[in-house]
Design a binder for this molecule. Sequence first.
Ligand SMILES: [Fe+2]
Length: 173
Amino acid sequence: MISKEFKECLTDVYHGEIAGEVATDILLANAEDAEQTYILGTLLQFETEGKAIVRPLLTRCGLDLYEDEESRTNGKNLGEQMSALPWTDRFATLHELVSVNYLPRYEELAMLVSAEEDAEAARIAIFMGDHERAFVEVASNIANNRPDPAAPITKLLHFPLPCAGTERLRRDG
Ligand SMILES: [Fe+2]
């Protein structure tokens, strides 16, 4: 039996993905070179997949799939604020913001369901904790100029973007 607390937390996670996708889309529109385009495109894909992964469970829990206006507005405001910051400062800020405001709630999801209770819900709950931790790691990688900063999220993508696209863009650009 899936609890009310789990359902509320799952809804918050879904809203987080909606806001994250809108924010990333704004950042992608303002990408300055091929590397930023690849990283932000990969982040966009990560948020899109995050939404897709939780939708079957939302449906099974009887929860809404529609993308609420408040989450979209939050994402738009975040994207616009972050666009104004230089690249590394932007990800240092996002690292702090997501670690404090989003990650604890994402990690809570796995504490609100057990595999005995519902194996599929438990699997998705663990995955979404991994998902958000991977974002925090990527933000730290970018803020600290580490090589291949997006690696933690490309590992979790079901439909990763081809890296070759970045090379081609570099050659053509
Ligand atoms: Fe996400």
